[in-house]
Design a protein around this ligand. Structure first.
Ligand code: SF4
Length: 395
């Protein structure tokens, strides 16, 4: 694509949008809590804020570039390929600025047909597939590419495997945009959701499993014409940047052992390669929650879009440590002091009653995913404290 039609590092309007951006997403309260070491005591409630949470560098840059694009192309039509990041509030803010979002058709595929030649298209932080980029180039659209460098580092890894004729085993969610974009860079791939699926595949390799059964299980999450007998001889591990890092490591170790057992330790390099592609921001937020759960918490509020993979894993850590953990995307999910609506790990939502324990002193953990702005964290804290006031336990 011609250089003048492709914007990757920036658009040159950062200065113009910096104050507006802060006005949308910064929070004085959150800054105050951070400055106090992460603790905020009001009445009988102590809020423990994770040491790392909220907007990561990649998200900050992607949203800021979308603001810049609006500033630069004031009168042009601008599109985003589905969502800039996985946060409904941020996506709504961009819609309110007149940016259009590519809708999904009845098959769940993005419908690019309304985009006209010359209209500007923003690619999200989690990237876009090779096919999508080719289609937009063909239409002659200026492209604002906000793909996070951590995501493109995974693509490089997958391309490295491809050159060596290794199949990419990607720990991720096969419908997630990032996994779709990553897998589009590999001609042979298999996407594994979790350690259970990885164990299944390991058994298949070691025990010469049944291909038909394999395809029934993984037909939707592998490359076209995948042949499990031939395509699982040499495998390279990669992951969606936002998965649970401990699980990614477990999967990598499992396949290392599997290939050692199958082909012998002396031949391991010809059959197994691995590289940790969990991004720093995801790792830091998970580590911070691992610290947070050491506190004697009564419950944890995990704030982030319901389709945000990294937020889901923060809740998962809370649950693994037996702390009632509620994944909410906005303060209104705390319906009242008796009932909260929240996302479950399996993807559904649930209403839980009596979610605030009746105790004189409450210790509440708060964290948020990498696509959650601080202003939303502030609103959640305010709402929680207001519900406590309604209960009459706070003055
Ligand atoms: S979570 Fe990681 S990969 Fe995703 S945008 Fe942030 S820094 Fe980049």
């Amino acid at each position: 694509m011609k250089r003048e039609n492709y914007f990757r590092g920036g658009i040159g309007f950062k200065e113009e949008v910096v104050e507006e951006f802060k006005g949308y997403y910064e929070s004085k309260l959150v800054k105050k809590i951070k400055d106090s070491g992460g603790l905020y005591k009001v009445g009988n409630v102590t809020i423990h804020l994770a040491q790392e949470f909220g907007f990561c560098w990649g998200v900050d840059k992607a949203v800021s570039m979308a603001f810049e694009a609006r500033e630069r192309w004031k009168n042009e039509t601008i599109w985003i390929t589905n969502e800039i990041i996985h946060n409904p509030l941020v996506n709504k803010n961009l819609k309110d600025k007149g940016i259009k979002f590519i809708e999904l058709d009845e098959n769940g595929e993005k419908d690019f047909s309304p985009i006209q030649k010359g209209e500007v298209v923003i690619l999200p932080a989690f990237g876009a597939s090779i096919e999508e980029i080719a289609l937009l180039e063909k239409k002659g659209c200026p492209i604002v590419d906000t793909t996070c460098p951590w995501v493109s580092a995974v693509w490089n890894r997958v391309k490295h495997y491809e050159k060596r004729e290794f199949t990419s085993l990607i720990h991720g969610k096969y419908k997630h945009e990032e996994a779709v974009a990553t897998s589009s860079r590999a001609s042979k791939f298999l996407i594994l959701l979790n350690i259970e699926e990885a164990k299944w595949v390991s058994n298949f390799i070691l025990n010469d499993g049944n291909s038909k059964e394999f395809m029934e299980k993984f037909g939707l999450s592998c490359s076209k014409d995948f042949d499990p007998k031939k395509d699982l001889v040499s495998v390279g591990l990669a992951n969606q940047t936002t998965m649970l890092s401990s699980e990614s490591l477990e999967i990598a170790k499992l396949f290392e052992k599997t290939m050692m057992k199958k082909y012998g330790i002396e031949n391991l390099n010809d059959h197994f390669k691995s590289f940790d592609t969990i991004c720093n921001a995801t790792q830091e937020r998970q580590d911070a929650v691992l610290e947070l759960v050491k506190e004697d918490l009564d419950l944890m509020l995990v704030i982030g879009g319901f389709n945000s993979s990294n937020t889901t894993h923060l809740k998962e850590i809370g649950e693994l440590h037996n702390i009632p953990s509620y994944h909410i995307d906005c303060p209104e999910r705390m319906l009242n002091s008796n009932e909260i609506e929240h996302k479950l790990l399996n993807g559904g939502t649930e209403r839980t009653e009596n979610w605030i324990p009746e105790k004189e002193i409450l210790e509440i953990g708060v964290t948020s995913g990498a696509s959650t702005p601080d202003n939303l964290v502030e609103e959640v804290i305010h709402r929680f404290l207001n519900l406590q006031k309604e209960l009459g336990v706070m003055s």
